[in-house]
Design a protein around this ligand. Structure first.
Ligand code: FES
Length: 106
């Protein structure tokens, strides 16, 4: 399965993502600029903030409670498409997902 990250400057990176792997992990493994993932995926940092493309928004599911709280401390604007990428786990429905990255995470 794969995911495409589009950085704020328009740089597009397509990466392979295993089933169950988070978008944050996939971005870090592949040196995608624009995802920091400071806390390693434990929902303590909001430096993995991303915007899910509208076409995959429903399949990505709703934010969970802790995620909602943590997004409040995100540096960049929170939009309806905002998710913490460490909380979005790859599955067949999300294959090909397009994710945009905010201007800054810190
Ligand atoms: Fe820290 Fe996602 S990596 S909240």
């Amino acid at each position: 399965m794969n995911a495409t990250f589009i950085a704020f400057d328009g740089t597009t990176t397509q990466v392979e993502v295993d089933e169950g792997e988070s978008l944050m992990q996939a971005a870090i493994t592949n040196d995608v600029n624009g995802i920091v993932g400071e806390c390693g995926g434990s929902m303590m940092c909001a430096t993995c903030h991303c915007y899910i493309d509208d076409a995959w928004l429903e399949a990505a599911g709703p934010r969970n409670d802790g995620e909602e709280d943590m997004l409040e401390s995100a540096t960049s604007e929170v939009r309806p498409q905002s998710r913490l990428s460490c909380q979005v786990k790859m599955n067949a429905e999300l294959d090909g997902i397009v994710v945009r990255l905010p201007e800054t995470q810190i």
